[in-house]
Design a protein around this ligand. Structure first.
Ligand code: ADP
Ligand code: ZN
Length: 291
C-alpha cells in the first residue's frame, strides 16, 4: 500500500509517495507559485501511482475547523493568492481518498512520534527554528489543536541582558520569533546566521530564548521528548547551550529522571533528520486512513 505526503512551504512544496512503515519511495520538489499551478503539479505527481490517502503538513496559520467554509486553507499569508485558498478542496477534485491536513510542525511531531525520536512515546513536542518559529505537540497520543492550533512561536520571553535588538515580529515585535528566528539573528548581527562563528555571543543569546520557550512548553504540556529542527538548529553547538540554560531556568522544579538525569536524551535532534516534515505528512495520511 502506498500513501501520498505533502510538505507545504512558502518557497517549495515537497511531495512524496511512501509506505505505512514510513519509507519514502519517490519524491519531487515543486516551487510554490500560484496555488492552482503548484497543487496541479502535485496531483500529476500523485496520479503516477495508486495511493490510498494524502497527508498535508503546511505552513500556517491554517483553518482546521471541519465546519468552516474555509477548511483546509492557509488563512493569512503574505504569499500572493494563497490566503484563504482551499488546498484540500482543490486536491479533492482529482483525488477521492481521505486527506489529512495539519500544520507543518504538528505533522513533524506526528512523524517523530510514529517513526523517529519519540517512537513508542505518548507525547512529544517538535519545534522548528528557521525563517519563523513554530511548534507542534502530541499530548496523550493526540495532536493538539484547540480553538485553532497552537502558535508557540509567538510567546513572550524575558530579554537577555546583552540584547538590545528591537525584534522583528510584525505583530508583537519582540516575541520569541521576533527575537530568535533566523531573520532576527541576521538583523541583530548584520550577518546571516550561518556565517556567525560557533563561539559567537549570538548563540548564547539564542539558546537563552529557546530554553525559556522549552521550559514554558514543558511546564504547560509536559512532553516526554522535545525535538528541535529547522535551519538555525544546524548550529549543533546550540544543543548543549540550550540544555544547560533549560536546566538553569527550570532549577529542579520538574523533578523527573528524564529531565534531571538524561537531559541529552530529552532535548534532541529529529530522529528523521531532514525528512521530519515529509514523513510527518506521510504519518498524517496513515492516521486519516486508519480513522
Ligand atoms: P524555512 O523555515 O524557511 O522552512 P529553514 O528551516 O532552512 O527554512 O530556515 C531558514 C533560516 O535558517 C534562515 O534564516 C537561515 O539564515 C537559517 N539557517 C539556515 N541554515 C543555517 C545554518 N547552517 N546555521 C544557522 N542558521 C541557518
Ligand atoms: Zn510574534
Amino acid at each position: 500500500m502506498l500513501l501520498g505526503a505533502i510538505e507545504g512551504g512558502g518557497t517549495k512544496f515537497v511531495c512524496g509517495i511512501g509506505t505505512p512503515e514510513g519509507e519514502i519511495v519517490e519524491r519531487i520538489s515543486i516551487p510554490t507559485t500560484t496555488p492552482e499551478e503548484t497543487l496541479d503539479r502535485a496531483i500529476i505527481f500523485f496520479e503516477k501511482q495508486s495511493i490510498e490517502a494524502i497527508g498535508i503538513g503546511t505552513f500556517g496559520p491554517i483553518d482546521l475547523n471541519a465546519q468552516s467554509a474555509n477548511y483546509g486553507s492557509v488563512t493569512s499569508t503574505p504569499k500572493p493568492n494563497w490566503s484563504g485558498y482551499r488546498i484540500v478542496e482543490h486536491l479533492k477534485r482529482r483525488f477521492n481518498g481521505p486527506i489529512g491536513f495539519d500544520t507543518d510542525v504538528n505533522a513533524a511531531a506526528l512523524g517523530e512520534l510514529t517513526w523517529g525520536a519519540a517512537k513508542g512515546l505518548n507525547s512529544c513536542l517538535y519545534m522548528t527554528i528557521g525563517t519563523g518559529i513554530g511548534a507542534g505537540a502530541i499530548v496523550e497520543g493526540k495532536l493538539l489543536h484547540g480553538l485553532t492550533h497552537p502558535e508557540m512561536g509567538h510567546i513572550v520571553v524575558r530579554r537577555h541582558l546583552n540584547d538590545s535588538y528591537d525584534g522583528h515580529c510584525p505583530f508583537h515585535r519582540d516575541c520569541l520569533e521576533g527575537l530568535a528566528a533566523g531573520p532576527a539573528i541576521e538583523a541583530r548581527w548584520d550577518r546571516k546566521a550561518e556565517q556567525l562563528e560557533s563561539t559567537h555571543l549570538a548563540w548564547e543569546i539564542e539558546s537563552y530564548y529557546i530554553a525559556q520557550a522549552l521550559v514554558n512548553y514543558t511546564l504547560i504540556l509536559s512532553p516526554e521528548k522535545i525535538i528541535l529542527g529547522g535551519g538555525v538548529m544546524k548550529q549543533s553547538q546550540l544543543f548543549p547551550l540550550i540544555r544547560e540554560q533549560f536546566l538553569n531556568i527550570m532549577n529542579g522544579y520538574v523533578n523527573n529522571n528524564v529531565i534531571s538525569k538524561d537531559i541529552n536524551d530529552y532535548i534532541v535532534q529529529p530522529g528523521l533528520g531532514s525528512n521530519a516534515g515529509l514523513c510527518g505528512a506521510l504519518a498524517l495520511a496513515k492516521q486519516i486512513l486508519a480513522s
